[in-house]
Design a binder for this molecule. Structure first.
Ligand code: UD1
Length: 350
């Protein structure tokens, strides 16, 4: 029975990985978390188990370590792999490119080698809209030029190229690969239970986690990175997508991979198709929470583009998937998660 497949989720304790584990389990698959907990907390597993009311299989290891991967593949019968483990901070990728090429690219090479050894050739890859770089035409389709502007983005593009080559080499042979590259726009939000969400270590790089920390009183004001872009209100426009919608897109892509027999590599944008400015995100957050957010306009962040949003129609056409949750839903769920975290921290202080 296809639905009972075990699915390896690398990075399964991370923000998107943990939500994917929930979506997979709720769709009848058996997710197995593989994580080195370098950027996530082992306490996520207990919270996943509370939500799912069952045990979650966990394997600790680094995707760059083929021996660790082999041990895991020997213990399970995977129907497919969702490869989400990777580094994702742009500034860090500029100062430490070896880390990014090593983990993101090298980690994928070792994972694919072990997959081939064990005859597992169905792969979902966590890519990013960052592969488009500064696109000149909005909305962005999958056929837009790929010209990432930093080592993080280039490491994602290199993986996409590797995977396309892998699928193409095996297409005509007896052992075809089927691979989906999922290009995420701006995933935000949290699980509706408030138990799982994004937990950035230190000062958040991204808008929504920063906003939530201002609301909770941990940071004095939201720094708006520039208000003189050529956009409707001068602030940067992005395509925010609720993490619950995003992971449903993975499940839709996985169903396709598992159903097909012919070898193929395909990229899909996972975005809402709607652009929202920084000020619109702030307004949605204020509406959802009743909090007033102090703002401080500062200089533009180097490397930022004015606007970036998806044309998600390929995913709708081919996967039967589209994002359904609104910006207000995203903000409500982020706020529930942030408040719950604060309450837990307080309990720990007492
Ligand atoms: C960023 C990365 C992108 C990565 C993604 C991961 C950069 C340049 N881009 O996307 O490669 O895939 O995170 O989630 O780092 N903003 C503020 N104040 C803040 C933070 C952000 O005004 O404190 C603005 C930004 O200028 C931008 C928008 O909010 O207009 C969204 O920023 P962010 O959440 O960092 O996402 P991206 O820059 O789109």
């Amino acid at each position: 029975m296809a639905e009972a497949f075990e699915i390896l989720v690398t990075g399964g304790a991370g923000f998107i990985g943990s939500h994917l584990v929930i979506a997979l389990a709720e769709s009848g698959y058996r997710p197995v978390v593989f994580d080195d907990f370098s950027n996530s907390s082992p306490s996520v597993i207990g919270r996943l188990e509370r939500i799912l009311e069952r045990q979650v299989a966990v394997e600790t290891g680094d995707v760059r370590d083929p021996a660790a991967l082999r041990r895991v593949f020997a213990r399970h019968q995977f129907g497919a792999v969702a490869h989400l483990a990777g580094r994702k901070a742009v500034a860090e990728s500029v100062s430490d490119p070896l880390l990014y090429y090593g983990v993101n690219f090298g980690g994928t090479v070792s994972l694919c080698e072990v997959m081939a050894e064990f005859g597992v050739r169905r792969l979902l890859f966590s890519s990013s809209a960052t592969v488009y770089g500064a696109a000149s035409v909005m909305p962005i389709t999958e056929d837009a030029p790929l010209r990432p502007a930093n080592p993080y983005g280039r490491s994602k593009l290199m993986v996409e190229q590797l995977l396309a080559d892998l699928a193409s080499a095996a297409r005509a042979g007896p052992r075809p690969w089927r691979i989906a590259a999922l290009r995420y726009f701006n995933p935000v939000g949290a699980h509706e239970s408030g138990l799982i969400g994004e937990e950035p270590a230190g000062e958040p790089d991204n808008l929504v986690p920063y906003l939530a920390q201002v609301a909770i009183g941990r940071r004095p004001a939201l720094k708006v990175f520039g208000n003189r872009y050529v956009t409707r209100d001068g602030t940067g426009v992005r395509d925010y997508i609720h993490v619950a919608d995003l992971v449903e897109g993975h499940v839709a892509a996985l169903r396709q991979l598992l159903a097909g027999t012919a070898g193929e590599y395909r990229a899909w944008n996972l975005g809402s198709g709607l652009g929202a400015s920084v000020l619109e995100v702030v307004a949605a957050f204020e509406r959802a929470t009743g909090c007033q957010i102090p703002l401080q306009v500062v200089a533009e962040r180097p490397g930022d583009v004015a606007e970036c949003w998806a044309d998600p129609r390929r995913a709708e056409r081919e996967l039967g998937w589209r994002a359904r949750r609104s910006l207000d839903d995203m903000m409500t769920d982020v706020w529930r998660w942030q408040q719950r975290q604060r309450d837990e921290e307080r309990r720990c202080d007492e």
